[in-house]
Ligand binder design. Sequence first.
Ligand SMILES: *Cc1c(COP(=O)(O)O)cnc(C)c1O
Length: 422
Amino acid sequence: MKVDPSVIYARERDQNDELSDYRNRFVIEDPNLIYLDGSSLGRLPVSSLHLVNDLVRNQWGDRLIRSWNENWMDLSRRIGSKISRLIGADPDEVVIADSTSVNLFKLFVGALKYNAPRRKIITDNVNFPSDLYILKAAAEITGTDFEIISLPPTDEFSVTLDTFEEVIDEDTALVSLSHIMYKSSYMYDIASITELAHRYGALMLWDFSHSVGAVPLNCQADGVDLAVGSTYKYLNGGPGSPAFLYIRENLQSQLVNPLSGWFSHKEQFLFDLDYVPATNINRFLTGTPSIISLALIEPGVDLILEAGMDKIRRKAESQSEYMIELWEEILEPLGYTLNSPREVRHRGSHVSFGHPDGYRIEQAVRDEKAVISDFRMPDNLRFGITPLYTTYEELYTAVRALEEITQSKSYEKYSTKITGVT
Ligand SMILES: *Cc1c(COP(=O)(O)O)cnc(C)c1O
């Protein structure tokens, strides 16, 4: 059955949406703005507004240094344990620290040393660039012998299991992949690739930056060794909020943290000059966390736990399906391609449409239609679907905005030169 391309239909879907009330839990300053970029920077939860006041005025302003013992010292672990529920891990397997890039560095070096003298590292070239840069840096600093094999996709969007099977062997130290691709939204099958890595004794690291808070995850059931993820995307933690890292329980005491600081010491406040690493997940901490930013992760995580990942995923599936049906009906005839998997089980929570003038169109819908998406080279217009606040009507209006901009060619007055954040 073809989708009904009318706003009335979109509104009906919103009326029947079991998660619709959650939109009120976010600050919506401009009701006319259609924000489809929560996959890059999530919206501000209302409760974060209240928390920031308490944090700054009371916890910092009034309680001062006493707040470390009263609240701050265990925040990295306490909020980490909430995130553990979103990734199917134990509370003591997750901690918040640093950025995703820095955590990748620490875990890469730890994994490569652990699996010495194995020398092969497997990844793919649709991974997020920072993951690949850091992998190279970590390999170079760990030894001279490593070979990074960055596989190109062997089907439409991803590397097939067969291809991984051809390259993973007894010499493989580490397989490192992003679970959901930042451009195409393709979603790998965690269990089968992890199982393959383990068959040959390699460690498996997953980057959940585009997955956590977007799709249900189960590190324990899938046997995941190591993982990292961003908190400012689907978790709504705020700009640059620190990332999380996960280490399987029985690996924690065996990996070496190359950025060992006083927060990873077994007994930090002895101020002992000899470094003795913690044997638990704290081993992968480094220094003092950015408390304000760290504390502000909690309200967004609480909202997701309250709504439930299964409901969130169900709505995201239905909304991305809807958007793709609208693409088929309205945008495909105008020259847009679908740059995301057509099959929902292979797709994360954002949808990419391709257009040769994508970057100019992204600017035009932003400035002329108040639709915020983002653009990724060479031609991807990305639309993040964040079910706690994205409505069907927004998706409908965004597609109509693309249609109008494309038909009127009003995007032609914009520059093709990429500047600033997109
Ligand atoms: C967003 C994202 C990052 C970001 O890393 P930062 O260190 O927070 O800048 C890294 N990897 C992937 C896969 C991402 O999607």
